[in-house]
Write a protein that binds this ligand. Structure first.
Ligand code: ATP
Ligand code: MG
Length: 333
């Protein structure tokens, strides 16, 4: 492990960047798809506002955080201030409103951990999930999008990491592996550690909101940070190599928590994340930037931590030695 941690990069690593870039470009949604998403947002907002004039519908998740692949489902959040209705009542009424509006395949999932309505729009062909009053997700969506505007390598790196995670089946939270959201946070943390990204939450705030008693404040004038990491010239393939080497051989799983809120590693000890509490095992610790008591790695258990670390090691070895990493890295599990 010590030897692997200190291994220098292969001399020909940069030749793989164009190949990874073409994979990235093949996954980016087209302008046509993005305008269809906006069109659906407008249609649904009109329909819902007729019934609830003060409500507001937000796009969140991958279709709004800039880390979405083409053809992914759309996540929407309805913000509504109605003291007389429970979340479940709102979901049921929302399903009725959507029925009346000719949307299809409507399902109200009232018993899910996060209750949602699922639907399909026959005009655009898009499917979406609507949740209620989950504003923290709307705010963390904006944080991720703001980070992606500072250095274009973040979006490229995160696309390849997500594509790898989906191909290798380590992006399935119901099975005990990590969410796409967690992978993007891991990429942001990694680029902060290489001084390619700043830490927006440690800078003078220009954006503040309070959501469910969490204060969310950070510097969001990211156009002023253009060129922040420009002196660091690492290519996409070199960053991928270093990212997987970090998670395979350098990260200290028994001691460390990654935190994009502070732009640093913090200790598990400080957060009291050293032992299992309830179902939270804290075997890989990824602090949520706003809900700081929330470990995005909490879904990982004894078995899936070794699957995950095995996959990090596999990826690191491929980027180190494989003659054709652009193919081998994504071979189906
Ligand atoms: P995919 O392309 O895989 O659908 P996604 O960005 O939509 O990616 P998800 O992990 O499905 O990723 O998350 C959707 C959104 O929900 C995230 O962008 C984030 O705003 C929010 N979210 C997801 N998981 C968490 C979590 N554990 N804690 C807080 N917010 C979360
Ligand atoms: Mg999603």
């Amino acid at each position: 492990r010590f030897h692997r941690r200190n291994r220098p990069c292969r001399y020909d690593i940069d030749q793989f960047t164009p190949g990874f870039m073409s994979i990235f470009e093949s996954l980016v949604p087209s302008d046509e798809e993005i305008s269809k998403q906006k069109q659906l947002l407008t249609t649904l907002s009109r329909l819902i506002n007729k019934e609830w004039p003060t409500s507001k519908l937000y796009l969140y998740g991958s279709c709004a955080n800039s880390f979405g692949f083409s053809n992914s489902d759309i996540d929407l959040c309805l913000s509504i201030d109605d003291k007389d209705m429970s979340k479940v009542d709102i979901i049921l009424k929302l399903a009725d409103i959507l029925h009346a509006g000719n949307l299809q395949n409507i399902q109200a999932l009232t018993h899910a951990r996060v209750p949602i309505v699922k639907l399909m729009d026959p005009i655009t062909g898009l499917s979406c999930d609507i949740c209620v009053n989950n504003l923290l997700a709307v705010v963390n969506t904006k944080l991720l999008r703001d980070y992606s505007q500072i250095d274009k390598r973040l979006r490229q790196l995160a696309f390849i990491v997500k594509h790898w995670a989906k191909s290798r089946r380590v992006n399935e939270t119901y099975r005990g592996t990590l969410s796409s959201y967690a992978y993007v946070i891991m990429c942001i943390h990694f680029l902060q550690s290489r001084r390619i990204l700043p830490c927006l939450q440690e800078m003078e705030p220009t954006y503040y909101v309070t959501v469910d008693n969490n204060i969310c404040a950070y510097f969001d004038q990211v156009e002023k940070l253009n060129g922040f990491g420009a002196q660091r010239k690492d290519s996409l393939s070199r960053l991928l190599w270093a990212f997987f080497k970090y998670w395979a051989y350098e990260h200290n799983y028994t001691r460390d928590v990654i935190s994009i809120r502070t732009g640093r590693i913090i200790s598990k000890h400080m957060k009291d994340w050293t032992r299992r509490v309830g179902n939270d095992r804290h075997l890989i610790c990824i602090e949520d930037p706003f809900e700081t008591s929330h470990d995005l790695g909490r879904v990982v258990d004894r078995n899936t931590i070794s699957d995950l670390r095995g996959e990090f090691e596999r990826a690191a070895e491929i980027l180190q030695y494989d003659p054709n990493p652009i193919v081998t890295l994504f071979e189906p599990f």
